[in-house]
Design a binder for this molecule. Structure first.
Ligand code: MG
Ligand code: MG
Length: 255
């Protein structure tokens, strides 16, 4: 069931979202060649502590996972699409990093992700990342009252496919609120004019995931969490939590 948020609740979600933005800023500043993924997780934990917020990622244990998630960020490097566990692995020159972060503040959740490169970027990685953010922008632009979920999905999918990228089926955005994953699901590909009508007070995480090699195939890593591209190509992920309002889409996870 979709939980519509009051304007007061959306303001509270904005504060949670601001913490997520601070986490991503801090992690990106800390990320460099030679820095470990676990050190990035530490940087994120520090932001949560200072904000008096908790992590909706830590100890999250969905049915498919063999163990609770052990960190406050997902760190997905190169062929990892999403759900990467921050290990002691160190970033190397030219790595493509996707960081997904969440925060719970006063009982409300924010969820956002960015992708970037460290060291010398490969041009094809820059194009992949730019397209992920362009797909996110297109999805947000379609998140208006009068549209439907399928319009968001179609907007995202069109940008990804036109650029020649793959889309991992079955993973995408979702409602956000008191918990990280609420109804409705927000697919990254779909038909315009279909699905649930968008209404003032809906809060959605919109999150394109792109596979650089152009195929849609992916598989879980041995750790049971990380999703990897099956062709070994690189992937990018971008996400914002967005409130749908009569005044247009409002990004809740900006700084
Ligand atoms: Mg996320
Ligand atoms: Mg999400």
């Amino acid at each position: 069931m979709v939980q519509l948020k009051t304007d007061t609740s959306i303001e509270a979600m904005r504060e949670a979202g601001r913490v997520v933005a601070q986490i991503l800023t801090s992690v990106r500043e800390a990320a460099a060649v030679g820095v470990s993924l676990r050190e990035l997780d530490e940087a994120a934990r520090e932001v949560l502590r200072e904000a008096g917020a908790t992590s909706p990622f830590l100890n999250y244990h969905p049915h498919f996972a063999p163990m609770p998630f052990p960190a406050v960020i997902c760190a997905s490097v190169n062929d990892a699409i999403v759900h990467g566990i921050p290990t002691t692995d160190r970033l190397r020159d030219g790595d493509l990093v996707s960081i997904d972060a969440g925060a719970t503040l006063d009982g409300w959740v924010g969820d956002s992700a960015i992708s970037f490169t460290v060291g010398r970027a490969r041009p094809e990685d820059t194009r992949l990342i730019d397209t992920a953010f362009a797909a996110l922008d297109a999805g947000i632009a379609a998140a208006v009252v009068g549209n439907r979920i399928g319009d968001i999905a179609h907007a995202i999918g069109t940008v990804c496919r036109r650029a020649g990228y793959g889309i991992p089926e079955g993973f995408g955005g979702h409602g956000v609120g008191r918990t990280m994953h609420e109804d409705p699901g927000v697919p990254n590909e779909g038909r315009p004019g279909r699905g649930m009508p968008l209404r003032h007070g809906m809060a959605l995480a919109i999150e394109p995931m792109l596979i650089g090699g152009g195929l849609d195939d992916f598989h879980p890593d041995r750790d049971g969490w990380t999703l990897r591209t099956s062709d070994g190509s690189r992937a990018a992920h971008a996400e914002h939590t967005v409130a749908i309002t009569d005044a247009g889409p409002r990004i809740l996870t900006a700084l």
